[in-house]
Design a protein around this ligand. Structure first.
Ligand SMILES: Nc1ncnc2c1ncn2[C@@H]1O[C@H](COP(=O)(O)OP(=O)(O)OP(=O)(O)O)[C@@H](O)[C@H]1O
Length: 250
């Protein structure tokens, strides 16, 4: 089952114009990258899908469940741009704590946390205090926290931001592997060249509206003919963005 946003309008302050307006969007199957310029509303969309915010109007649902229902919140996992290390806790404890917050009992959360840390290549660091981890390791703990309770949809907000190219590549491979027949992954990023071609689907947000959503091959078809393979994603993104700007959204 996927997350569906229907005619969603949302703004942080009532007095200000909405950030997202009448937005309709269904999180696609598999691994989807969410692209868009700074301030387009990517984090806002992910937070709405994650149930952290409620729309001013419209609905965010997963089948019969509304995003304010506790059962909905158990089916989604949201990973913020910045992972906050909890003072005094080890990686294992921080991930288990997230599982417990999501409604798991203590013993299950404890076991699932170690499994999740293993999936992100952090089992050997499980007993290290999170304050002592590197930025990249802390992000892995963030991904493990998103995995711990077995969510159906993972919402990852720029998990590769600020990483060096090698670390980004390793992390990218890790994230691509998280999407399965049963688990959807929606990930915002500015790494267009690195990521778009790895994805099953691409969504482009522009000024709070969906400028494009569809399979990656359809997205890449927007690149100008003759563009070298290595630059297709970037030029497709430039074309989709300029078309959205020309349409004069807001
Ligand atoms: N807590 C907040 N209060 C008020 N306005 C906010 C808040 N968070 C975001 N905004 C505004 O909402 C708009 C969309 O922000 P959002 O963070 O969703 O964009 P984004 O596409 O994720 O940007 P970036 O790529 O820079 O992370 C921006 O104009 C931003 O200033």
């Amino acid at each position: 089952m996927s997350i569906q946003l229907d005619n969603v309008t949302f703004g942080y302050k009532r007095a200000d114009p909405p950030i997202l307006r009448d937005l309709c969007y269904t999180v696609p199957d598999g691994f989807t990258v969410l692209l868009g310029p700074n301030g387009a509303g990517k984090s806002t969309l992910l937070k709405l899908a994650g149930g952290l915010h409620q729309p001013r109007s419209g609905t965010v649902r997963m089948g019969p469940l509304a995003s304010r229902d506790s059962s909905y919140l158990k089916k989604v996992a949201w990973m913020p741009q910045t992972i906050t290390p909890m003072t005094g806790l080890t990686a294992w404890e921080q991930v288990a704590y997230t599982g417990w917050l999501k409604g798991m009992n203590k013993a299950d959360a404890w076991d699932a946390a170690l499994t999740a840390l293993g999936r992100v290549g952090m089992a050997d660091r499980a007993d290290v205090r999170v304050k002592q981890l590197s930025g990249g390791q802390l992000r892995r703990v963030g991904v493990a926290s998103a995995l711990v309770h077995g969510a159906d949809v993972l919402l990852l907000d720029e998990p590769t931001a600020g990483m060096d190219p090698t670390q980004r590549r390793v992390f990218r491979d890790l994230i691509v592997g998280l999407a399965t027949a049963d688990v959807r992954v929606l990930m915002s990023t500015h790494d267009v060249a690195d990521l778009a071609e790895e994805a099953d689907h691409v969504t482009v947000l522009h000024d709070g509206r969906i400028a494009f959503t569809g399979p990656t091959c359809d997205f890449l078809a927007h690149a100008v003919e003759g563009t070298p393979e290595s630059r297709r994603a970037e030029t497709a993104y430039a074309m989709v963005s300029s078309t959205a700007s020309a349409r004069g959204v807001r």
